[in-house]
Design a binder for this molecule. Structure first.
Ligand SMILES: [Zn+2]
Length: 66
């Protein structure tokens, strides 16, 4: 299973994150690379209190489960 960062679209290969193309028929699991995970977590903590706009938080929970 290919793991692809949903932010910068890098692919994880042997624990390295490289900017490369996936094959058309390849199964891709979307996640965060370490750099984008840090950014996402920082963004989440900035949204510390629930607001009317929760789409970012929901999107994070969906992708983090994979
Ligand atoms: Zn990334």
């Amino acid at each position: 299973m290919t793991v692809k960062c949903c932010v910068c679209t890098k692919i994880r290969i042997d624990d390295q994150w490289l900017l490369t193309e996936t094959k058309a028929n390849e199964l891709v699991s979307h996640s965060y690379c370490p750099a984008c995970l840090d950014a996402a977590l920082a963004e989440l903590s900035a949204y510390g209190q629930p607001t009317s706009s929760t789409s970012t938080t929901q999107h994070y929970h969906q992708t983090a489960r994979v």
